[in-house]
Design a protein around this ligand. Structure first.
Ligand code: HEM
Length: 239
C-alpha cells in the first residue's frame, strides 16, 4: 500500500534529474570554453620554442602580484577538476536511474534481437558513455605526458614546447592523440547540442537547427585545431 506521498517523491526525483542534466550542461560548457582556449594556445606552436614557452610562462604569471605565481592557473585547475567530477557524478547518477527505471535496458530504445540486452544500442548511449570513459583516460595520459612529464616516450624536458616535439615525433603517440581527439569531437557534437537542450534553448525548429549547426561547427573546430600541432610536428613542418 502506498504512503500517499508517491507523487511528491516522484516529482522530487524528476526535479533532481533536471538539476543533474543542468549540472552536466553547465560543467560541459565550462570544459568547452577551456578546450577553445587551450586549442588556441597550442597554435602558438607556430611561434617556435620561444613563443610557445613564453606563453606557458605567461599563463603562470597572470594576476601577479595580486595572486601568487601560478595562482590563476591553480584557480582554473580547481574549477576544471570540480567540473569534471560534477560531470562524471551527474552522468553516472542519471545512467544508474535510467537503468533502474527500465529494468536494465535503458530508456527510449528500439527492441532488437541483434543485441544481447534485447534493445538497440543508441548513438548517444554508446558515444557519450564509452567516449566519455576514453576521454577521461586520455586526459590522465595527456597530463602525465605533456604537463607532468612522467610519460615521456621521446625524452623528458623542462620546456613544454620540447616535450611536445619529443612526443609527436613518435607515430603511436600521434595516433593515440588522433583517436582520442576523434572520440572527443563525437562527444562534443552530441554534448554541446544536448547541453543547450537541457538548458531549455531548443524552443523552436529554427533554434534546434541553429544549435545543431553550432554543435557541429564547434566540434569540428576543436578537432581540427587540436590536430594541427601533433600533425605539423610529425610532418617536420616545425622543428
Ligand atoms: C593535440 C592536442 C593537444 C596538445 C598539443 C596539448 C598540449 C598541452 C601541453 C603542452 C600542456 C602542458 C602545458 C604546460 O605545462 O604549460 C597541456 C596540458 C594540459 N592539457 Fe593539453 N593538449 C592537447 C589536447 C588536450 C585535450 C583534448 C585536453 C582535454 C580534453 C587537454 C587537457 C589538458 C590539461 C587538463 C592540461 C593540464 C594543464 C595543467 O598543467 O594544469 N589537452 N596540453
Amino acid at each position: 500500500m502506498g504512503t500517499g506521498n508517491e507523487a511528491g517523491v516522484r516529482s522530487t526525483a524528476a526535479r533532481s534529474s533536471v538539476a543533474l542534466h543542468a549540472a552536466m550542461a553547465v560543467t560541459g560548457l565550462i570544459m568547452v570554453l577551456f578546450l577553445l582556449a587551450h586549442m588556441y594556445g597550442n597554435l602558438k606552436v607556430f611561434e617556435g620554442q620561444e613563443g610557445f614557452d613564453g606563453y606557458a610562462a605567461y599563463l603562470r604569471e597572470i594576476g601577479q602580484p595580486l595572486l601568487p605565481y601560478a595562482g590563476a592557473l591553480w584557480i582554473i585547475r580547481v574549477i576544471l577538476l570540480a567540473s569534471v567530477l560534477a560531470h562524471i557524478f551527474s552522468a553516472f547518477t542519471l545512467w544508474h536511474r535510467s537503468r533502474a527505471a527500465t529494468a536494465g535496458k535503458g530508456g527510449w530504445r528500439y527492441e532488437s534481437r541483434g543485441n544481447r540486452r534485447g534493445v538497440q544500442r543508441s548513438y548517444s548511449s554508446f558515444t557519450m558513455r564509452w567516449g566519455g570513459v576514453l576521454i577521461g583516460l586520455f586526459v590522465i595520459y595527456h597530463v602525465l605526458n605533456l604537463s607532468a612529464d612522467y610519460i615521456a616516450p621521446g625524452g623528458t624536458s623542462t620546456s613544454p614546447y620540447q616535450r611536445m616535439v619529443n612526443s609527436f615525433q613518435i607515430w603511436w603517440v600521434v595516433l593515440s592523440y588522433v583517436v582520442a581527439l576523434i572520440a572527443l569531437s563525437f562527444h562534443l557534437r552530441h554534448g554541446i547540442w544536448s547541453a543547450f537542450a537541457s538548458l531549455g534553448a531548443n524552443t523552436s525548429v529554427a533554434r534546434r537547427r541553429f544549435l545543431n549547426q553550432l554543435a557541429t561547427v564547434v566540434a569540428l573546430l576543436i578537432l581540427v585545431g587540436f590536430l594541427i600541432p601533433p600533425l605539423v610536428i610529425f610532418a617536420g613542418w616545425v622543428s
